[in-house]
Design a binder for this molecule. Structure first.
Ligand code: TYD
Ligand code: MG
Length: 462
């Protein structure tokens, strides 16, 4: 290799850098993540500057000036209304000019569909959609599936070179830029292949500089895989202003858009979508989709009042308890942490006296979504009880409460919101932990409090 280039090793998980290969990354602790990449050697000017005292650079630099906080001028923040309520909500009320937003998710989950849908419906903003993955024909076919659109000023280009992208930006002068996806873009400044750590980092840094200088918001799509083999989002998280994660199960229609980092809003907001034949549909009332309409009562089903970020919803949990056919009983959970399920089963065994040691227990959360709100404990434990005894629970009762190791039911956050959601959906009774000051004025739903799992079971079984 010519003297102009040198090899550097990068951690593909966190972007850590090293001059030699390491088995374990000292920054993030992952094993076998270092990959070799070739980068250009720094220029002589940069190298010379390194040796000098920082104060000797004072003469040449000095464009920015420290200012007192009270003298900083603020303009009323104008956000772009994306015409997609759920997307606006997750962004914290719309797209902030000059911000760089990363939308991460597994391949095939619907990131391109979401972004295309957003840009085709945003009103009065000249948009440039750069696709490094699909041809214009493919984009057109996708747009046709999505149906009618309102944005008449949306330009598309299929391009992989960062330098060319900036040429297109100069020509189009867009008010919104989309890069689909960051792993397919490469710059000549770095020698390694597209998608490598140094390429992704370099391209993202240039795009960020463009966004800040021009005050144009940029939406960047990034793929993540479960095993983290594709470099990207982890490394980008530090660079960008906002990280949104699009997640869901490929076999189900529901998709959740979650803010993981947001410099312009809260990270507790989520957006819920349903993937249809004609694109994504916003789901404004998630509870309705997560509760099935039973015609008859079935054992093993319980309804829990959960929170996802700041949104309450009611969800159906199902258990099946059956005699273990083989020696070791199986415990399996879909959409829920198996270790927590085992803990809850141990509580049932020890504190309530259920003999579950020789039983298989299967747990399923409706809708294919993953939950980790501890307030669902009570619903899960009740559904196991119901299946084990083969007694259906009252379909008009729902539950919220965390179960402790001694079988006590512990308070959970935002209980009023959970109660109100249950009432809104027509439930007649909700069983919750004991709260000291609970203001229940004006609630029509019957609120019952239980101190222990045994108490709750008495209430459930009458
Ligand atoms: P896509 O947006 O290409 O995913 P990503 O950009 O995250 O890789 O969407 C992938 C899936 O979405 C694809 O398998 C087909 C499905 N899909 C629909 O079900 N309906 C639609 O209207 C569209 C456009 C896609
Ligand atoms: Mg895509």
């Amino acid at each position: 290799m010519a003297g102009k280039y040198k090899s550097v090793y990068f951690c593909s998980n966190c972007g850590g850098e090293s001059s030699k290969w390491l088995g374990k990354c000292p920054a993030c602790g992952e094993w076998n993540t270092f990959v070799e990449e070739v980068v250009k050697k720094e220029s002589t000017a940069q190298a010379a500057a390194k040796g000098k005292s920082p104060m000797s650079l004072v003469e040449t630099n000095g464009k920015s000036k420290p200012t007192l906080i009270e003298n900083v001028e603020t303009t009323d923040e104008v956000r772009y209304d994306t015409a997609c309520g759920e997307f606006n909500r997750v962004l914290g009320g719309g797209l902030v000019p000059g911000s760089m937003v990363l939308i991460g998710g597994e391949p095939g989950i619907g990131k391109s569909t979401l972004v295309l849908q957003v840009v085709l419906n945003i009103v009065g903003k000249k948009t440039l959609y750069v696709s490094g993955e699909e041809s214009l024909k493919q984009l057109k076919m996708r747009a046709e599936r999505l149906g009618t659109y309102n944005n008449k000023q949306c330009f598309f280009v299929s391009e992989n070179s960062l330098e060319e992208i900036f040429v297109h930006i100069k020509n189009v002068e867009p008010e919104l830029v989309i890069i689909d996806s960051i792993q397919t873009i490469s710059t000549e400044a770095v020698e390694s292949s597209p998608g490598s750590v140094s390429q992704v980092r370099e391209c993202a840094a240039s795009i960020l500089r463009y966004a800040k200088e021009s005050n144009v918001p940029v939406l960047v799509i990034g793929h993540i895989t479960k095993d983290g083999t594709i470099a990207g989002p982890k490394i980008l998280e530090h660079i960008v202003d906002t990280v949104l994660q699009f997640e869901g199960d490929q076999h189900y229609m529901y998709r959740i858009l979650r803010a993981i980092k947001n410099r312009f809003g809260s990270t507790s907001e989520i957006g819920i979508f349903e993937m249809m034949g004609s694109g994504l549909r916003e789901v404004t009332n998630p509870s309705e989709m997560l509760l099935s309409e039973h015609t008859q009562n079935l054992s093993g089903t319980a309804i829990g009042a959960m929170m996802e970020g700041v949104r309450p919803f009611l969800i159906e949990v199902q258990s099946l308890v059956s005699t273990a056919a083989y020696g070791t009983p199986q415990r399996s959970a879909t959409g829920y942490d198996t270790r927590r399920l085992n803990m809850l089963l141990a509580v049932l065994e020890k504190r309530v006296g259920f003999k579950l040691a020789q039983k298989d227990v299967f747990l399923n959360i409706a809708g294919g979504i993953r939950v980790n709100d501890p307030a669902l404990d009570l619903a899960i434990i009740s559904s196991v009880l119901s299946s084990n005894m083969d007694i259906p629970l009252d379909p008009h009762t729902c539950l919220a409460g965390e179960v402790g190791l001694s079988g006590e039911i512990r308070p959970v956050n935002r209980i009023e919101q959970r109660i109100m959601e249950a009432e809104k959906l027509g439930f007649k009774r909700i069983i919750i932990p004991n709260f000291k000051n609970l203001d229940l004025k004006g609630t029509k739903i019957k609120v019952e409090t239980a101190n222990t799992v045994a108490d709750a079971f008495k209430m459930l079984l009458g």
